[in-house]
Write a protein that binds this ligand. Sequence first.
Ligand code: URA
Ligand code: SF4
Length: 196
Amino acid sequence: MSHELERLRKIVEECRKCPLWKNRTKAVFGEGPPNADIMLIGLGPGYNEDKEGRPFVGAAGKFLNKLLDSVGLKREDVYITNVVKCYLPENKATDEEIKACTPYLDKQIELIDPEYIIGLGNTAAEYLSRKYGFQFTSMEKMHGSVIKVSTISKEVKIILMYHPAAGLRNPPLRKIIEDDWGKLSHIIYDVRKEKM
Ligand code: URA
Ligand code: SF4
């Protein structure tokens, strides 16, 4: 499905469906194998992502790379994208911006068809709860949990995690995030085993 993803990327790069297009240097579509088993969804591009046109390349991205590494995953193994594709100067998206942008994410999920979706932070968690019809109470209660949801074609496992940027601002939270990722090891192992 990689040609369809590339077609969608071009559409996103020229999109003007919400006012955020005016702030962007480059839209951040996402990157990774088009048939990835694991998909990561953040909030939206920050300063560095906007300049490079790639997701999670700033400080939060460096921490994310470490978390991936801690469970034996490389960035190239997973597909990484965001709820919103254009620069969010305040790290916040409005309901209207989310509504305008998430049809792109819906399409990415459909084309990539991952086994696991890791939602990073509240905005991704709320998007996933709406899409898959589970209740998102709070990150305090649900971080690290695996939520199994049935779609027409298969069962998808959703994992909710605190946003890595939150861990950089708050050292005790950083430890919780590292522990949550540590518990992912067996899941990642299962994915690999299924492929062998
Ligand atoms: N924060 C996000 O949510 N996404 C990025 O791509 C970078 C930082
Ligand atoms: Fe389009 Fe999404 Fe950018 Fe808004 S944030 S202009 S909907 S790509």
